[in-house]
Design a protein around this ligand. Structure first.
Ligand code: HSE
Length: 312
């Protein structure tokens, strides 16, 4: 009987404030899993999906996990006839802003490449994962796919073909993710964005992105935090998220180094430099949403530096 492996891919915070579509980081403790078995001659098939409340397609041409597996096998030039059977276990809520479709694409691609014995170097799988994510999102979000596959903090220098730069990931940085019981379509959250932006906003965001990258290289958490200012995307998306500005204010008052929207939302993230502050920020996020009649859950994690991996 063929061996079954289980592959995990982490959730991601993309955009990191001013870095719209160009900077993302992987988060510990939240992610998707896939079980995969070699099945010679039968192509890539999806046996089942759990945790999606029946919302994701089982059709292998429409599911990011199976498309990810197929594209990965093409990218690594796996022998013809090599097949993979997959079962996807969704740990990430759909439409939450945590890179759910990217993580699903990554688990499929990484599982297939692992079974074919060619999962490393994993950079070879990046374009395949981006292509697969397009199936769900219409466009590739390399700022989600990159860190979910590679781990750590990833800068997207270019799309088509994708080119990434991996940044240092400060170990001490705590990530607090507030997840209100609400969902937003990424497509809609992209449609509200301006097609043109004032030069002064572009200048402000460029300064903040550049300073944030300097902060990652220096391990300067304060600099990373105060560079989390986004004058282009956050102000337009904020009204789509219930009580976002109140939650952000409360997080900063509780000691967060910075706070913004994760991906297209509605999840929000805050940065903290120690556990006690992270716990305080998590509490005030939940309390602020609760006062507005909105149920939410806060997760405290760190940067996941491993990315996709086979689980023991
Ligand atoms: N960078 C993308 C966006 C991420 O903000 O639309 C989507 O998860």
């Amino acid at each position: 009987m063929s061996e079954t492996i289980t592959v995990y891919a982490p959730a991601t915070i993309a955009n990191l404030g001013p870095g719209y579509d160009i900077i993302g980081m992987a988060v510990t403790g939240l992610g998707d899993r896939a079980e995969a078995t070699l099945a010679d001659g039968s192509g890539v098939t999806l046996d089942a999906i759990t945790g999606d409340e029946g919302r994701l397609p089982l059709d292998p041409t429409l599911n990011t996990t199976t498309v990810g597996a197929r594209r990965a096998l093409e990218a690594i030039e796996a022998p013809a006839g090599l097949g993979v059977r997959l079962t996807l276990h969704k740990g990430l809520p759909l439409g939450s802003g945590l890179g759910s479709s990217a993580a699903s694409a990554v688990v499929g691609a990484f599982a297939a490449a692992t079974l074919a014995g060619r999962a490393e170097p994993r950079l070879n799988l990046l374009q395949a994962c981006c292509d697969a994510e397009k199936v769900a999102a219409g466009v590739a979000h390399a700022d989600n796919v990159g860190p979910s596959l590679l781990g750590g903090v990833v800068l997207i220098r270019r799309y088509n073909p994708v080119e990434v730069v991996q940044l240092p990931a400060p170990e001490e940085l705590r990530l607090v993710i507030g997840m209100p019981a609400w969902s937003i379509s990424t497509r809609e959250a992209r449609e509200v964005l301006p097609r043109k932006v004032p030069l002064s906003d572009a200048v402000a965001n460029s300064g903040n992105v550049a300073a944030m990258i300097a902060g990652f290289f220096r391990g300067d958490l304060e600099l990373i935090g105060r560079s989390m200012e986004d004058t282009i995307v956050e102000p337009v998306r904020a009204p789509l998220i219930p009580a976002f500005l109140k939650v952000k204010r409360a997080a900063i008052e509780a000691g967060a180094l910075g706070c913004s929207i994760s991906g297209a939302g509605p999840a929000c993230f805050a940065l903290a430099h120690d556990d006690a502050t992270a716990r305080r920020v998590a509490e005030v996020m939940e309390r602020t949403w609760s006062a507005e009649g909105i149920t939410s859950k806060a997760h405290i994690g760190r940067i996941d530096t491993q990315g996709a991996r086979v689980m023991p």
